[in-house]
Design a protein around this ligand. Sequence first.
Ligand SMILES: Cc1cc2nc3c(=O)[nH]c(=O)nc-3n(C[C@H](O)[C@H](O)[C@H](O)COP(=O)(O)OP(=O)(O)OC[C@H]3O[C@@H](n4cnc5c(N)ncnc54)[C@H](O)[C@@H]3O)c2cc1C
Length: 309
Amino acid sequence: MSVMRKALLAASTNAWLRDHVTKWAFVRRSVTRFMPGEQIEDALQAAKAQQKLGINAILTRLGENLTKAEEFEEVTQHYLDVLDKVEAAGLDAQISIKPTQLGLDLDRALCERNMDRLVERADALGNFVWIDMEGSPYVDPTIEIFKRSRAKSASVGIAIQAYLFRTPKDIEAMIPLGPAVRIVKGAYLEPPDIAYPKKVDVDEAFFALCARLLAPDAQKTGTLVHIATHDIALAGRLQAYIRQHNIPKSAYEFAMLYGIQRQQQARLAKEGERLRVLISYGEYWFPWYMRRLAERPANVWFVIRTMLG
Ligand SMILES: Cc1cc2nc3c(=O)[nH]c(=O)nc-3n(C[C@H](O)[C@H](O)[C@H](O)COP(=O)(O)OP(=O)(O)OC[C@H]3O[C@@H](n4cnc5c(N)ncnc54)[C@H](O)[C@@H]3O)c2cc1C
């Protein structure tokens, strides 16, 4: 892993940097490339514009590791409102949440109750809740929370990280549930005894996991795969695999982040692929933004160019 990537991921958890850097005008300007604005209305407008291009959305309010009961309640209420707003606007926009936004760090039972409220509302509206995967200490509780929700409703899915050695086992255990799984490479700083440090290994793991979830026995259980990557070579390899095995479009969707690989997003939509773009919004964007910069060191030059005007 490059020194730059390590430094940016370490910076993502630094409270001093979070409090200061987010006030600098050029940083605020540069972040607009990756998020349409801080308010839900900005995200809904972006979702509407994407929908005209044949691209559906997933909405996520930035924020993680919340610590106060009133904050968990506020986030839960916020997402309940978002589900209603999406319905009123006639949009195809799902939501994606982090368990630590709903109380996982403080009170697991409360987090589960909040998750139930969101999944029940999504179910009633014909919508869908994705559960993001955070750093490795959260993997066990997040999978357990997902399984608990999935036992009650099919309107919930989970993000799973290809860089973790444990993931193939986790996936095997989930397949009988007919899960919706978003395969991602993984965005956190993890030690080499639990996660592949090299991109080439992560890419192979990503391909193998998607292929596993697209296999006939997994498909029989109703498994849905979100191929969540901007890696065009990898996505192309999977498209070829899908064609070769006559896998129906109902078995998978592509997913990308707002503002990244826009031309490729338009291309996939034009080719008739199902694609969702995850649109982030909210005021607490620092750790998320540092992870986006870490994914592509060239983004740091983009920030510097913004600073130089
Ligand atoms: C829909 C979605 C949901 C996600 N949810 C989670 C989650 O719940 N938990 C989690 O740990 N991670 C999540 N991620 C992030 C993921 O783990 C990766 O960190 C991120 O997607 C970068 O990896 P990549 O697959 O795009 O491939 P990479 O090999 O990192 O990138 C491939 C190419 O894509 C382009 N690219 C990638 N990232 C950027 C960027 N930030 N800016 C500009 N260009 C870029 C570059 O051209 C790069 O060469 C999510 C990603 C997506 C798309």
